[in-house]
Design a protein around this ligand. Structure first.
Ligand code: SF4
Length: 232
């Protein structure tokens, strides 16, 4: 068995250079050559190759070589519109959280202004009560006895599939609900907004603050303590 792959702990990070073979002993560039070569064959598929090529061009265009140095440009929302245009997409899907409906509306306007046909679908589509998936009264956000619609990412995906969208954009779906959307969507998916109820949908702030005001994120705790209410 190969050593565990742990790029996140690597101190060499030579993979972005010509010295990519000089990584640590557990470097996947050394230990996973079979998978690397196998995965490369996927890029031989014309549609995959073109998608990857345009994504790299998009990446390239996000920097400006100014006299004072390399400078980034293009907020992600602009990038998404530019990439969709590069790919020749006409019809885009937005899968959004009900709590970010205003953001979904603004995104729709931005994309329509650029000539895209935009279909949008809210997470609560169908108005199906949470009891459908086994949520108990004590697990309702508004408390026992209240009516709560379940988030319905599978239906969001199926409706956008049915509409024939060519590219999906996620706006604030919850952790796990987004996973189901990824699983069921037929067209490629990108994320504009990753939900973070504390940090204004800027989840990386939790990492930036893990050495400061949110040091509690670094606490050690056994895995099974997080699963305590799994079967409640
Ligand atoms: S691929 Fe190799 S060199 Fe790059 S981060 Fe991972 S272990 Fe380090």
């Amino acid at each position: 068995m190969d050593e565990k792959t742990e790029c996140a702990k690597c101190t060499k990070v030579v993979c972005g250079s010509k010295e990519s073979a000089q990584g640590p002993s557990n470097c996947p560039t050394k230990t996973k050559q079979d998978i690397i070569q196998q995965a490369l064959t996927e890029y031989d598929k014309p549609e995959v190759r073109e998608f990857a090529r345009q994504a790299s061009i998009q990446e390239f265009e996000c920097y400006m070589n100014l006299p004072e140095g390399m400078t980034p440009r293009n907020p992600r929302v602009e990038e998404i519109a530019q990439f969709a245009k590069k790919m020749g997409y006409k019809k885009l899907g937005i899968a959004s959280c009900i709590g970010l409906r205003n953001e979904a509306k603004i995104l729709t306007q931005i994309l329509e202004n650029r000539g895209f046909d935009v279909v949008s679908i809210c997470c609560k589509v169908g108005g199906i009560p949470k009891e459908q998936i086994g949520i108990t009264e004590n697990q309702k956000i508004k408390g026992p006895g209240s009516f709560e619609s379940m988030c319905n990412p599978i239906t969001q995906a199926e409706i956008l599939n049915n509409e024939g969208v060519e590219f999906n954009i996620l706006v604030g779906l919850c952790v796990g609900h987004d996973s189901l959307f990824f699983k069921y969507a037929q067209a490629p998916v990108t994320v504009l907004v990753a939900k973070d109820r504390v940090f204004g949908h800027n989840p990386v702030m939790g990492l930036y603050q893990a050495g400061a005001y949110y040091r509690k994120l670094m606490r050690k705790e056994p895995l099974d303590s997080q699963q305590a209410n799994k079967n409640e």
